[in-house]
Design a protein around this ligand. Structure first.
Ligand code: PEP
Length: 255
């Protein structure tokens, strides 16, 4: 049985003060005591405040991205060790907004996964198709390519540290959610890929999150599906009541 993981991607929202206040609200709502693992990814500059506020609440932190070098002349980049130093245990890699706007490729995703694992960070690796790709029946081909490229050379034994997030690009921040059937189909494809590549045991331990307009109104249905092990939540993770409702509903769908 895979414990549910609910991760909030705060994107370019919440300065240090707002971060502290949102984490305090989540602690008041006992968000990390509902039976699911809870991770939030504030902007880099708010990580220290988040770490202080989270204390021993059980809320864990993720970076929204990472660079593959530990140090050097790489203006604007953040090293894996710096994320650890700021209190992160996790890091989101290959989010579609990074792929769309900042030139992220499967190759850079692969370098980032390797660097994160080497440093002891747990990568949450995002894959997903655009609307055009879905409509032209390329969904599994696109995701298969992202998995092959992103995880090239990663040994089976490393997958206990890795989480995959399936995020259809057309569902992110649009209010459109994949139907349960669409999501389950792709999650099963991803688990099948893991099984073929790294064996059934590995495929069974990897958590596969769904992301794309997850809200309290659709969380229960999605999280009950056999291959959905949690959610990567954008917009709704910025509102403490909504995020904790998603966590509560997900934790209830034990399977
Ligand atoms: C995301 O940014 O990963 C995401 C899923 O956003 P939203 O929940 O707002 O669609």
């Amino acid at each position: 049985m895979r414990k549910k993981l609910i991760a909030g991607n705060w994107k370019l929202f919440n300065n240090a003060y707002e971060t502290e206040s949102l984490i305090n609200k989540l602690i008041d709502l006992r968000a990390a005591e509902m039976g699911a693992d809870v991770v939030v990814a504030p902007p880099f500059t708010s990580l220290h405040a988040a770490h202080r506020a989270a204390g021993r609440s059980g809320i864990e932190l993720a970076g929204q991205d990472v660079f593959w070098e530990e140090k050097g002349a790489f203006t604007g980049e953040i090293a894996p060790g710096m994320l650890l130093d700021a209190g992160c245990k996790w890091v989101i890699i290959g989010h579609s907004e990074r792929r769309q706007y900042f030139g992220e490729t499967d190759e850079t995703v692969n370098r980032k996964i390797n660097a994160a694992l080497k440093a002891g960070l747990k990568p949450i690796v995002c894959v997903g198709e655009t609307l055009r790709e879905r409509e032209s029946d390329q969904t599994t081909a696109v995701i298969g390519k992202q998995l092959e490229g992103g995880f090239a050379g990663i040994a089976a034994g490393m997958f206990e540290k890795i989480t995959v997030a399936y995020e259809p690009v057309w569902a992110i921040g649009t209010g459109k959610t994949a139907t349960g059937r669409q999501a389950q189909e792709v999650h099963a494809f991803i688990r099948g890929w893991l099984g073929k590549k790294h064996g059934g045991a590995t495929a069974q331990i990897v958590r596969i999150l769904y992301g794309g307009s997850v809200k309290s109104s659709n969380a229960a249905e999605l999280m009950a599906l056999p291959d959905i092990d949690g959610a990567l939540v954008g917009g709704a993770s910025l509102i403490a009541d909504d995020f904790s409702a998603i966590i509560r509903l997900s934790a209830k769908t034990g399977k």
